[in-house]
Design a protein around this ligand. Structure first.
Ligand code: FAD
Length: 290
């Protein structure tokens, strides 16, 4: 086997498709936890606006399989680098593509997780259009007021009725001025609970937005990069434009290395990286090294 791709969401499947079409033997390992799996649609992905995340991935699997890509529906718990290359999921391969993605830590407020992906979302670029001009609430992440303010300012371009709930964080005068210019109203009291998408403040007052936007903290879904010895900085696997990590033969693609990417960006990065994987393997085919 030439390449093991770990993670079969948009980035991993795109890498597999590109490598399969380059006549590389590819196996994709995936345990079905695509980050947007709770959402109804993949928005902002040209040609896929009508598709649910699962439908897009099913089409991707079908298309990659047509070029000989193999699939293993299992979680990879370990991967090993040795003098002869790499062993992943018990299979010896020449290169590994980490497409293991991220998971989202939600604000610590009761009820937030219940509506996640539907009436509770994070990204206005993905889910703002559908609720444009409606009353919207941006729930901040307690202890991260800069990020809460930045997200509320972003959201204000989709509606002129945005309330930022800081959940107990006080804001500076400069922050309040910027929010005021953008027309964002601010509530700094603690949030008692969310009954998605409604927000109940500690006072008992209920805010009823069309959709609740929340600030999230992102974490790697897998520690395989660290186990393989790759450098990880600020929660992202360090890689160059071709996805090359600090360990020869190990590549990182999509949100694994660039957390802010939307789905089509993750796929685009994976395509570029797969071309680099193929070129690097060609050098090995010709007797060169990594
Ligand atoms: C609720 C929500 C809605 C979103 N909506 C949109 C949208 O409308 N439009 C948009 O562009 N973006 C959207 N996004 C962002 C989008 O989900 C990401 O940009 C995209 O999923 C990144 O793809 P990825 O392939 O990099 O990683 P992921 O989608 O995170 O996929 C990682 C894959 O790796 C697998 N995996 C991880 N570790 C292992 C392991 N050890 N062994 C085997 N498999 C493993 C997981 O099961 C998963 O399938 C949304 C995000 C969220 C949270």
């Amino acid at each position: 086997m030439d390449v093991a791709v770990i993670g079969g969401s948009v980035a991993g499947l795109q890498a597999a498709l590109t490598l399969g079409r380059a006549r590389r033997q590819v196996v994709v390992f995936d345990d079905d936890r695509a980050r947007n799996r709770a959402a109804s649609h993949v928005h902002n992905f040209l040609g896929a606006e009508d598709l649910a995340p699962g439908e897009l991935l099913a089409a991707g699997r079908r298309q990659a399989a047509a070029y000989g890509v193999e699939f293993r529906e299992v979680r990879v718990e370990d991967a090993v680098v040795d003098d002869d290359g790499l062993v992943v999921g018990g299979e010896r391969v020449r290169a590994v593509v980490l497409a293991t993605g991220l998971w989202d830590e939600l604000p610590d407020v009761p009820g937030v997780a219940d509506g996640w992906g539907q009436s509770v979302v994070a990204c206005p670029h993905c889910h703002g259009w559908e609720v444009r001009d409606q009353p919207l609430v941006q729930l901040g992440m307690r202890g991260a007021p800069d990020r809460s303010v930045a997200r509320a300012l972003l959201l204000s371009r989709w509606s002129n009725d945005v309330v930022l709930c800081t959940d107990g964080d006080e804001l500076t005068d400069a922050q309040l001025d910027r929010l005021s210019v953008a027309g964002v109203k601010v509530r700094t009291e603690r949030v008692a609970k969310v009954t998605a998408p409604q927000v109940t403040l500690a006072s008992g007052e209920v805010l009823a937005p069309g959709r609740l936007f929340v600030v999230v903290r992102q974490h790697q879904q897998s520690d395989l990069a660290e186990r393989l010895g790759c450098q990880v900085a600020d929660g992202a696997v360090v890689a160059d434009e071709g996805g090359r990590t600090t360990v020869p033969g190990v590549y990182a693609v999509g949100t694994t290395t660039a957390p802010a990417l939307l789905a089509i960006g993750a796929a685009g990065h994976a395509s570029t990286a797969a071309v680099a994987v193929h070129s690097d393997l060609l050098e090995l085919d010709l007797g060169g090294g990594w």
